[in-house]
Design a protein around this ligand. Sequence first.
Ligand code: TPP
Ligand code: MG
Length: 279
Amino acid sequence: MREEKIRELELMANTIRRDIVDIAYKAQGPSHPGPALSCTDIVTALYFHTMHVDPENPNMPDRDRLVLSKGHACPVLYSALAEKGFFPKEWLTTVRRLNSKLQGHPDMKKTPGVDMTSGSLGNGLSAALGMAIYLKHQASPAQVYCILGDGEIQEGTVWESVLAAPAMKMDNLTAIVDCNHLQSCGAVYDIQHIPGMTQAWEALGWNVITINGHDMREIISALDMAKAFRGKPTCIMANTIKGKGVSFMEFNNAWHQKVPTEAEYNQAVSELKEERSCL
Ligand SMILES: Cc1ncc(C[n+]2csc(CCOP(=O)(O)OP(=O)(O)O)c2C)c(N)n1
Ligand SMILES: [Mg+2]
């Protein structure tokens, strides 16, 4: 991929990070900035490089689908959808407000472009698998992507789909695990670490690719490989940093769902100040 395209994607990720910080400051209540910032580069690559979607026709039958299984990170999804043109950017100032189309967790009945309602952790991969089975049955070229948290995969329901998808050879399904090493109450390692997690997915029949989830070249190349891979679903293990991009939010789990003060908001915005080129 050309250097300019990578740079454009990085600048878009920066714009989306600014939106996330803005939402965190203006939303009615805590909006999970840390979890959104850890998967910003991945969501940017999906919407601005990989996924075939049409903002004018959000329900297009052959569109690629994204299930944000870690639904609490929805500010990143709302920003990407707004930047892509699914709805006006002004909506981003209404997150979590009464009667807003942008609620604290994604709602497919309220928000154009949201493919699956989520928020109750552990359910997204089964929904994504269901979509993949349907699309294959329709001989559709569409791909299904599902972003899971590394704490979320402690949920037993996730593993039913981890077992079922390879048995059904669902090569139109890509799971992306946002490995930021933290969950809401502390470090994944201290709470319920899954030893040999990569090998576990591999042993159960997945094509596993491990990447740095903030390196746009690695993300793009993994997504391209996943799309081309035949016979097995792909799992991208993305090593990330919770709060990535804002110095005082990085690695700091207080930002799982904290609202910034005015001074914190201003500092975050100044750290993310960078002009965006036209995509
Ligand atoms: C079934 C269920 N239990 C508990 C919660 C509350 N909850 C919200 S975020 C979170 C931690 C998730 O950690 P992880 O999956 O690692 O995502 P991260 O925030 O690190 O991106 C929890 C327990 C929930 N949303 N759903
Ligand atoms: Mg996590």
